[in-house]
Design a protein around this ligand. Structure first.
Ligand code: PLP
Length: 313
């Protein structure tokens, strides 16, 4: 099932993709009042399994809580809806997009009178930064756009409005011939990519910016930190100046859509050997082995999608 096909869960009912619509006066369209998640379901030993479902659902509710948005379903019901969406669409591996947004009732900046609408879509999605990106790596520019200051837009909320900043970063990078952008935070320290967290490897140690550097607390980022410990690679959160990217032995990005992607150039400066480095490769391969069911899932990161599809309210 590719983008635009199949069924979408829409507040308890499955509807055809073309019928999962909303009114032009929807609050979120005018004011960016939505929160969303991005999950991946992998084919692990031939069967679909969703990666870190509970953690994504938790972040979804956290994102909504910051904006005083009541999602009209319990987290357990949303988990079930996500599983059912994969089943109903007969998908083995896919990307899953839950979204909640302020719907149509009144216009104005008090969002509270508007009903909260919730939906879950799923479709097959290959490598976000290109099929070759996992091996050959990508080029990145440091964006002229900064991540928001801590008292402006809350970075810990995966809110639709935050992604206007990401879109400016991404378009600027593509227009300049780069694959992706990494932004600095309000203080000038390295923050994150338009849709990924960033890691620097130097002297065999991994460094990544902390929550206070205006990052989204990535779930793949958390996998990287845990896998690094498993592999005996020191990994820590540190504020990073821009030039730490240039002086790194390796740089890589992590995200649900992008997965774990080496960065071979930053601002046209070659990073390390200019190829995927050994630390990136170890982390990437440890990650892929688990999610694809080729290594034991010790921490129960994968939730199997089993049994026939059922109606979920
Ligand atoms: C801005 C931003 N940072 C980081 C990430 C990585 O988060 P995760 O690994 O949970 O997908 C994402 C992707 O959702 C993102 O959009």
């Amino acid at each position: 099932m590719s983008f635009g096909q199949g069924k979408i869960w829409h507040d308890g009912k499955f509807v055809d993709w073309k019928n999962a619509t909303c009114h032009v006066m929807t609050h979120a369209i005018h004011y960016g009042s939505s929160v969303f998640e991005g999950l991946r379901c992998y084919e692990a030993k031939g069967k679909p399994a969703i990666l870190r479902l509970r953690d994504h659902v938790r972040r979804f509710y956290d994102s909504a809580k910051i904006y005083r948005m009541e999602i009209p379903h319990a987290p357990e019901a949303l988990e079930a809806a996500i599983i059912e969406t994969v089943k109903v669409n007969g998908l083995k591996s896919c990307y899953i997009r839950p979204v909640a947004f302020r719907g149509m009732k009144v216009m104005g900046l008090n969002p509270r009178p508007c009903p909260v609408v919730c939906a879950v879509a799923a479709w097959s999605w290959g490598r976000y930064l290109g099929e070759e990106s996992m091996v050959n790596g990508v080029s990145v520019r440091v964006s002229s756009w900064r991540r928001p200051a801590p008292d402006t837009f809350p970075a810990l909320s995966k809110a639709g409005g935050n992604y206007l900043n990401s879109q400016l970063m991404k378009m600027e990078a593509l227009d300049g011939g780069f694959d992706e952008a990494v932004a600095l935070d309000h203080y000038g320290y390295v923050s994150e990519g338009s849709g990924e967290n960033v890691f620097v490897v130097r002297g065999g140690e991994i460094h990544t910016p902390p929550w206070s550097s205006a990052i989204l607390p990535g779930i793949t980022r958390d996998c990287v930190m845990i896998l690094a410990k498993d592999l005996g690679i020191p990994a820590r959160e540190t504020t990073l100046p821009r030039e730490a990217l240039y002086l790194a032995d390796e740089v890589f990005l992590s995200g649900t859509a992008a997965e774990i992607v080496p960065v071979t150039r930053v601002d046209n400066i070659v990073i390390g050997s200019g190829r995927r480095g050994p630390v990136t490769e170890r982390i990437q391969s440890a990650f892929l082995r688990i999610v694809e069911g080729r290594a034991p899932d010790k921490r129960r990161w994968l939730r199997a999608v089993v049994g026939p599809a059922q109606a979920v309210a």
